[in-house]
Design a protein around this ligand. Sequence first.
Ligand SMILES: Cc1ncc(COP(=O)(O)O)c(C=O)c1O
Length: 382
Amino acid sequence: MNAASAIQILKPSYIREILSASQSNGVISFAGGLPATESFPLDLMQQAFNDLTQHSDLFQYAQAQGYDPLLTFLRQSYQTLDSHDLLMTSGSQQGLDLIARGYINPGDKVVVEYPSYLGALQVFQLAQAQLLTVPQLGEGPDLSKLQQLFASQEVKFFYLIADFHNPTGICYSLQVRQGIAKLCQQYQVTIIEDAPYRELRFSGETLPLVSSYYPQGAIVLRSFSKIACPGMRLGSIEAPRDWIQQLITVKQISDIHLNTVLQYVLLQLLTHAEFPGHLLKLRQLYADRHDLMLEQIQSTMGDRVTVMPVSGGMFLWLTLKQQSAVNMMNLASQALEAGVAFVPGAVFTPDQDGLYASCRLNFSHSSAADICTGIQRLAKII
Ligand SMILES: Cc1ncc(COP(=O)(O)O)c(C=O)c1O
């Protein structure tokens, strides 16, 4: 049977291939965007799981927007504006999909960074959006290029990851955040701010969301995958109330509603007295792994590569200094044979074309010993 034409334009997922290859024995993987499995707060959820048999109501059909007590708690902790509301989603990935289904017509223009999160690029491509790219500088997207795009094209959305970007790990400066919001307001471009790594800051001060400077034109996607566990598939969308109403309709058509049982467990986790302590430990663990990976790269690859420290999240972005000499796409296969996996930079571009001298390295998932061995293997190849 022929697949729908929209799906035929999607490139095969390199990440899926590399992830399955990297799961073979002996391969150390810096490829996936995986949190540390040993950090999952299962003990803090134990009581909630035990109590489930007392709550048959949680196993009944429910409303599409989400589990009411959880929505109430989150509105308070996010300080959701009266004009805005929340919708619970199956991870922030479903949030992206619902926005695309609810708001993107074929040919609509969406600006993404170069590079950007592959999962978002694929959602927009499946919706047949026209993707336009803005280059990324050290403190966020290049504002003058962004203005040129907005001034010359009728752009509907700007998709961004301001806190610990996937794949580059960078965090936008305050000035860039304000600058983006101002441009989006001026040119009436809606912001989609994807913030799954925001709570994973291990140094420096938390900065306001880009959306906080233009809330009436912004959608914020949040995720519990990185601070609880990804297997629970829990996230949320925050947006102006009438947009949320529209998205609730799409969600209802898509899957009726999100799993209420796990929303209940999530609420018990978030309100657990030891949850703040869990977050502190998680940030410390990632800070240590980040520092170790950076130090190993510097001591083994030194002047052959550029890599900037990051202040949170799960990724480092490594670029070869001799840019023309090597294509990371080819190097990735050689590296797999040598027992180490990473994701080449080209995968994070709409056409999987360009950024050949760069790659993404995940530091959150591997043990200290694996970080040392994996980076040594990589250094030999490079
Ligand atoms: C930027 C970004 N958005 C969304 C997601 C999807 O997250 P979730 O597990 O919440 O669906 C990821 C996952 O890695 C991500 O990096």
